[in-house]
Design a protein around this ligand. Sequence first.
Ligand code: GLU
Length: 446
Amino acid sequence: MAEIVRFAPSPTGNIHIGNARTALINWLTAVKSGGQFILRFDDTDQERSRQEYADGIAADLDWLGIKPNRVEKQSARMATYDEVAEKLKAMGRLYPCYETADELDRKRKRQRARGLPPVYDRAALELTEEQKAGFEAEGRRPHWRFLLDHKTVAWQDGVRGEQSIECDSVSDPVLIREDGTYLYTLPSVIDDIDMGVTMVIRGDDHVTNTAVQIQLFELLSGKAPGFAHHNLLTSATGEGLSKRLGSLSIRTMKDEGYEPLSVAIFAVLIGTSEPVQPLADMQALADLFALDKVSRNASKFDMADLGHLNARILHEKSYAQVSDRLAALGVAGGEEFWLAVRGNIERLPDAKGWWDIVDKGLPEDAVARSEDDSDFYAKALELLPNEPWDGTTWKAWTNAVKSETGRKGKGLFMPLRVALTGRSHGPELAAFLPILGYQKTSDRLS
Ligand code: GLU
């Protein structure tokens, strides 16, 4: 079935890898089913929402390869929410409450002391018109609660399987605050109905909201969409992610030179039954992914694994796939250079480091040469073949050095690597040597 899904961030910060996971799982579900993806900004909180964050989120999704079929924002739909709220009031399902936060807090404490669950006691339903008028005269404004049907709400969750919630253990949720602004609960349901959403896919921190929202769906449209609640990601130390964790923001990963496909694969496949693995493209990720592969438990992840995945993905890239970006980084080595270094970099900008070693000279933190190797270097220089050089030059040269000096293995190769690159690890020297050329090689040996 062609699913209509939505990703509904509040534009109050940059998105992190956990938000990207929600967005991507929605996107893959749309792609797999030939459906549609709606990007909906939940910006009813005017204080904290910013256009620049909305723009940033849209740009980050685009970078990840998510192309929304439709973009909406809740702030443009207030009149619709007001209309539905009036309807709910007329039905007696949205009722005014005048308790202050302190009063509610005291109620909950008393309930706990008596061993009762801290569920709202619906005292406001008993208020007479005079009492309400009295509160209004004092300057109190009501907040509005949804009168839940005290029944069991059950649904077949796309990730978690059979779920059910006893609504008599849930407080009637506040849908409208004292200042008249909406909490996300009602606008979200109204939008999902109006936009034809068939499947709500979101983090499992929303599971309890689902019972309330299913009641609203049934009341307002006679039926509810499907639901799937994926597990949440936690940092390596087990903390939940927040928009304030800058290092895990998609923006930072982009700036640090990770491939968007690596970030997408990583964000989706951690915490599933599939290993994190290189894949050709987003379609391949869509083919591999299924909601029922997502684990029900929170999943820790380690950024080092993103580095490893990124390296494996770069290793497969042809020169044509990266040439524009290499040029933008100021890497002028061409295909020969790319093929020589791609196996030794974790992120594309690392290629610049190797290019500088070719072009500018040894790095500032170059590994020091041993004094004891001076005779060896003199001999190696003497035996250096004349150009033209190709992929066979290195072997011919080192064979000659080997038989003249008697050195072999690491004792032969390591001093040459250190002299030519300033590093003890790096690209295959057979490929690197012709890129460096005779002049630079001989300068570095002397
Ligand atoms: N704005 C809500 C959030 O970011 C959306 C939840 C939902 O997808 O229904 O948590």
